[in-house]
Design a protein around this ligand. Structure first.
Ligand SMILES: [Zn+2]
Length: 322
């Protein structure tokens, strides 16, 4: 099965080398009679005048804590284990299966840098194709992420920021809050903004000893909300003390697709490139084999039946005319 081959191609990010997987996917698409080219680092295959786009990212997170070789897939009772099995090489496999006899008026985009980096390959792709025929004919898209074969139409936006809190140093007996104390208090307040999901992924204060007030405390936070990224940034600025330094690492908008073709609105909680496509005026939904509960951890797996089900779904969707 091709999924094992896809898993064996190392695309761990940061630092992913896409040359091998690009060659593999270019050859596979050419076998399916697609016109293939590399656009902004991504592999794009098209048939006819594409109205529908299928997108899956080629990179995986870095393997951490695996007891077996994560690039050597193994099958256990219909579960295919391996790095990227569900996020999202199972999806790439589903796309290849759905198009194995060719397709009509369809585009397939295998994109880079979804797992890390401030700009995803899909975003770079759309910057490149703005104003072209392809951007005009595309109306619908399926962005593939592990959703256990369910279609999702909404998810929050994503803002990642680094906050550097500053205050005076001195003896720790002072009753005034240190930079670290201010950081904790402010992060707490940020966490209580209505409708925000705030994750503090790191916090570090550097005092020379337990008896010294740290003058500086740095925290990295990611915020998920349905507000526009600019509004989120404004709200952060309004919440933190004025001498705090704010560095925005990533700022992506939400997905809220209400086009009739997508059916009942359903919400997923992680950010996807569907938001990028929807900003570009394409009715994107999120769908894919495997579960997000298996993603980004050792012994990631996808059910073989889930990949097959996804391939059948894509085949049906390719025939839809949104
Ligand atoms: Zn992922």
């Amino acid at each position: 099965m091709g999924l094992e081959e896809l898993i064996a191609i190392d695309t761990q990010n940061p630092g992913a080398d896409y040359r091998r997987i690009r060659r593999y996917l270019t050859a596979a698409l050419e076998d399916r009679f697609a016109h293939v080219r590399v656009v902004a680092g991504n592999v794009l295959g098209t048939w006819g005048e594409p109205r529908m786009l299928f997108n899956a990212h080629m990179d995986t997170v870095r393997a951490d804590g695996w007891k077996r070789n994560p690039l050597k897939a193994w099958n256990q009772g219909g579960r295919i284990f391996g790095l990227g099995a569900c996020d999202t090489k199972g999806s790439i496999q589903a796309i290849l299966e759905a198009t194995k006899n060719g397709a009509q008026d369809l585009a397939v985009l295998f994109s880079t840098d979804e797992e890390c980096g401030p700009k995803t390959g899909a975003a770079r792709f759309f910057k490149t194709v703005v104003g072209t025929n392809l951007a005009k004919t595309l109306q619908g898209a399926v962005v593939m992420e592990p959703t256990e074969n369910r279609v999702f139409t909404r998810h929050p936006g994503y803002v990642q920021a680094e906050l550097t809190f500053k205050d005076s140093t001195g003896h720790s007996s002072s009753r005034r809050l240190s930079a670290a104390g201010v950081a904790i208090e402010t992060l707490h307040r940020l966490q209580h903004q209505a409708g925000w999901n705030v994750n503090v992924s790191s916090i570090k204060a550097d005092a020379a000893g337990a008896n010294i007030r740290p003058a500086r405390c740095q925290a990295t936070v990611s915020i998920r909300s349905y507000r526009k990224p600019l509004d989120v940034i404004q709200k952060i600025k309004a919440t933190v003390p004025s001498k705090t330094r704010l560095r925005i690492i990533q700022a992506e908008g939400p997905l809220d697709n209400r086009h009739p073709f997508v059916g009942q609105p359903a919400e997923v909680h992680f950010w996807t490139d569907a938001a990028t496509l929807s900003t570009a005026g394409i009715n994107a939904v999120v769908y894919g084999p495997g579960s997000i509960r298996q993603a980004h951890q050792p012994d990631e797996y996808v059910l073989k039946t889930s990949v097959e089900k996804a391939a059948a779904f894509l085949k049906r969707t390719a025939e839809m005319r949104p």
